[in-house]
Design a protein around this ligand. Structure first.
Ligand SMILES: NC(=O)c1ccc[n+]([C@@H]2O[C@H](COP(=O)([O-])OP(=O)(O)OC[C@H]3O[C@@H](n4cnc5c(N)ncnc54)[C@H](OP(=O)(O)O)[C@@H]3O)[C@@H](O)[C@H]2O)c1
Length: 253
């Protein structure tokens, strides 16, 4: 019998790579996307050797229209896609007034437009078969006002909101959808935006949160998916912070 298939965007490192390892270990064939060619091809080779699954690598810059089009064609043609994980993303740490305007466009393209289009195409096939699952990797920051990360937080809030609305639209089907809202997670994202993760956590959260591993985030996500939970916030402290923020907001209305 053919293996199930999972497609993961941004699987070169961090949470995407952890999802790739997890699904490969469960005998899924993978389609993984990224931009750092050597690193993602090395991951693919390791997973194929270790788990004897098929791993196809696509080098995709999600902010580029032509690249996104190629990926959309792949998703449309993969009629038996079981899991889509919209994970690719990047950080942007700057005061709102100092952000170079094209970065806003890029952030919306990667965090929102690409996931929306990929979901539209994948959902058509999944709904036709009445099975499949989509995980959109958002962030718990989307629940908060986030100084110096205004556009990042807003782009994640958008992704969370649209996922919750789509979930209502497809609630009578067997297709599962999740918005995954990790808190601080030890990956390459912080260093890539020019900040050490530990300094970043100290400055914005003090001792309020615990930094999680990508593997524990993936475990929480998959446990929540098995329970058909729509919103997954890994980590008790992260959940508590969101509860407090939600309460404060309600009280202020
Ligand atoms: N780490 C955290 O604390 C945290 C917390 C909450 C949410 N998240 C979210 O989790 C997701 C994964 O991030 P991570 O922390 O695992 O970071 P990471 O290790 O830096 O991985 C990010 C992945 O996204 C890909 N990517 C970034 N920009 C892209 C673009 N323009 N086009 C195509 N691919 C792109 C990267 O590809 P290349 O490496 O090949 O360039 C890489 O595979 C992101 O959506 C992030 O916002 C992270």
């Amino acid at each position: 019998m053919a293996n199930k298939i999972a497609l993961i965007t941004g699987a070169t490192s961090g949470i995407g790579a952890a999802f790739a390892k997890k699904f490969a270990s469960q005998n899924y064939d993978l389609i993984i996307t990224g931009r750092r060619e050597e690193k993602i091809k090395q991951l693919a080779a390791e997973l194929m050797a270790l788990y004897k699954v098929n791993v196809e690598v696509m080098l995709i810059e999600l902010a580029k229209k032509d690249d996104l089009e190629l990926l959309l064609q792949k998703v449309a043609a993969t009629k038996n896609l079981d899991i889509l994980i919209n994970n690719a993303g990047f950080g942007l740490l700057k005061k709102f007034i100092d952000v170079d305007p094209p970065l806003y466009t890029e952030m919306f393209a990667v965090h929102d437009y690409a996931p929306i289009r990929l979901m539209q195409v994948a959902l058509k096939n999944m709904l036709a078969k009445n099975k499949g699952a989509i995980i959109n990797v958002s962030s718990f920051v989307g629940f908060f006002p986030a100084p110096d990360r205004a556009s990042y937080a807003a782009s994640k809030a958008y992704l969370s909101s649209i996922t919750e609305s789509i979930a209502e639209e497809i609630k009578d089907s067997q297709v599962r959808i999740q918005v995954l809202c990790p808190g601080m997670t030890r990956t390459e994202i912080s260093e890539r935006k020019g900040a050490s993760l530990d300094e970043f956590v100290k400055k914005y959260y003090g001792r309020l949160i615990t930094v999680m591993t990508a593997e524990s985030v993936v475990e929480s996500s998959l446990q929540a998916l098995a329970r058909k939970k729509l919103v997954c916030i890994p980590g008790v402290r992260n959940k508590a912070l969101v509860w407090v923020r939600t309460l404060k907001r309600l009280i202020s209305l």
